[in-house]
Design a protein around this ligand. Structure first.
Ligand code: NAD
Length: 492
């Protein structure tokens, strides 16, 4: 028998209540969640009402003075225990997120869960260097302090709930803030397990809170509250605009990590086997990856060979149940998202585009879509300009570097990119692509110390390393003169 206010997922009971002030808090209204693998109903999750938002903000505010007064060294053992408690729940987190969000179980085990622990530990350790960063000049010592900012609201999307929530929680907590996490309503379960881990780690009540709910109501109530000091958001452009308006009304700093339409450039001098293997990887997570290089821009002279190599790899991709070890491409999160993906492809074909492969639902099940490649496109076509967020790539060709750059840079997005070619040539070209990051002859190399984020419609601000700490801190310069100071109107 499942426990009350829990959902039972593959042998694990996951609490679906909020977690506020160190306690589970139930709600008299709920929303339903379904498994993307087979559409079975997983259960009901507490819906955040105004009273839950209010309770969470009050709890986070009340916990702030004591948590922020700790030094980073004093916070470190709490966060080390937190990472350990996440590690103790590793198999549960893997199984639950695979069922809730459709992410490959193998990827959860080998990539996401180790990274989630690392997200907490790494920032806790690096916060030790933050307290004082003096600048010494002839005139003065500047004790540059990173002071905790206050209550941080963290809002994450369904395509990587555990990874993205910990990526924000790590620096926010390590920098001395108290946090309220609003999980994605299509995949909220692992965020609830993060609350169990925080509880078991002994994080003081109110330091970390989870308010479940729908974005347009619960999320909106959190971001418009003037007591919130920081809003860290990862999600779509339309939501980001609403959040930026709410943040603007209160002049609250917000960090926005948004969608992408990243170019994947293959130069004439590229290793075509390597480029094709990496291009096939763009179908990972059924293409629901913000940083995927979804626009293949290939030199005309090598396009046929590249496409043939990629076709051979794509034909071998195993589409299916993400819980199976052999599966490489899993389901799409929600029936609405399947319709959205199909709509993009259908409209492109009606508009004159050609399908090189794929193009429709996959026989494995209702929420599976064939890995698809669309060509014969114009730069202003909808499918070239807008994020599909499914296993759909576009292919365009170019004749020289300038044309490659023109194509790469002419969308409203600017998140990432990939550039394959002779290393010096590819690096020089990569420097001309207008995005927040770009991988040369590689893909997906991430380092927690490096900046991550986009330009144009792909976001505002950077996460990672010092950039995360700058966002989650109030930076203050305490200026102590080196020589005795006498006030004078001649001084500026
Ligand atoms: P979304 O914008 O619909 O929702 C994201 C989160 O915002 C959810 O938790 C949702 O409940 C909440 N939300 C919705 N409306 C809100 C409102 N008015 N106020 C406050 N919160 C609100 O995005 P999604 O469909 O869940 O996620 C997919 C998008 O996320 C894609 O565009 C993808 O590219 C992007 N993404 C970006 C990155 C990155 O790092 N740049 C990473 C992953 C996903």
């Amino acid at each position: 028998m499942p426990l009350p206010n829990h959902v039972h997922v593959a042998g694990y009971d996951v609490c679906t209540d909020h977690y506020i002030n160190g306690k589970r808090v139930t709600s008299d209204s709920h929303f339903e969640i379904h498994c993307p693998i087979d559409q079975r109903r997983l259960g009901e999750v507490a819906e955040g009402r105004d009273e839950h938002v209010e309770a969470a903000i009050q709890a986070a505010q009340a916990a702030f003075p004591a948590w922020s007064a700790l030094t980073a060294a004093e916070r470190l053992p709490y966060l080390q225990r937190y990472a350990e408690e996440i590690g103790k729940r590793a198999e549960m987190l893997c199984t639950v997120e695979s069922n809730d969000a459709g992410i490959l179980l193998s990827r959860m085990r080998h990539g996401v869960v180790p990274r989630a622990m690392q997200n907490i530990l790494w920032f806790a350790q690096h916060a030790l260097d933050l307290q004082n960063r003096p600048i010494d000049t002839e005139q003065a010592h500047h004790l540059v302090r990173h002071d905790p900012a206050g209550v941080a609201v963290i809002i994450t999307p369904w395509n990587a709930p555990l990874m993205l929530s910990t990526w924000k929680l790590g620096p926010a907590l390590a920098a001395g803030n108290t946090c309220i996490l609003k999980p994605p309503e299509w995949a909220p379960l692992t965020c609830s397990i993060l609350a169990d881990a925080a509880d078991a780690a002994g994080l003081p009540a109110g330091v970390f809170n989870v308010v479940q709910g729908i974005g347009a109501t619960t999320g909106a109530a959190l971001v418009r509250d003037p007591r919130v000091a920081r809003i860290s958001f990862t999600g779509s452009v339309p939501t980001a605009k609403l959040i930026a308006q709410a943040a603007g009304a209160n002049l609250v700093p917000c960090s926005l990590e948004l969608g992408g339409k990243s170019p994947f450039i293959v130069l004439e001098d590229a290793d075509l086997d390597g480029a094709a293997a990496t291009a096939a990887l763009m179908y990972r997570n059924a293409g629901q990856v913000c940083l995927a290089g979804t626009r293949l821009l290939v030199h005309r002279g090598v396009a046929d060979t590249f496409v043939a190599k990629m076709r051979a790899l794509v034909e071998g991709l195993v589409v299916g149940d993400p819980r199976e070890e052999a599966t490489e491409v899993g389901p799409i999160i929600h029936p609405r998202q399947v319709e959205r993906v199909k709509g993009f492809v259908d409209r492109a074909v009606v508009g004159g585009a050609t399908l090189l492969w794929g193009g429709g639902p996959h026989p494995f099940g209702a929420q599976y879509f064939q890995p698809t490649l669309v060509t014969d496109l114009k730069q202003d076509d909808e499918i070239v300009q807008n994020e599909v967020f499914g296993p759909v790539l576009t292919l365009q060709t170019f004749d020289d570097d300038d044309e490659a750059i023109a194509l790469a840079n002419s969308t409203d997005y600017g998140l990432g990119g990939v550039c394959y070619g002779e290393t010096t040539h590819a690096t020089a070209l990569a420097e001309r692509v207008r995005t927040g990051f770009i991988w040369v002859n590689s893909f997906g190399i991430r380092d927690l110390a490096a900046p991550f984020g986009g330009i144009k419609r792909s976001g505002i601000g950077r996460e990672g390393g010092d950039w995360s700490f700058e966002f989650f801190s109030d930076i203050k310069d305490v200026v102590v003169p080196k020589k005795p100071f006498r006030a004078s109107f001649a001084h500026r």
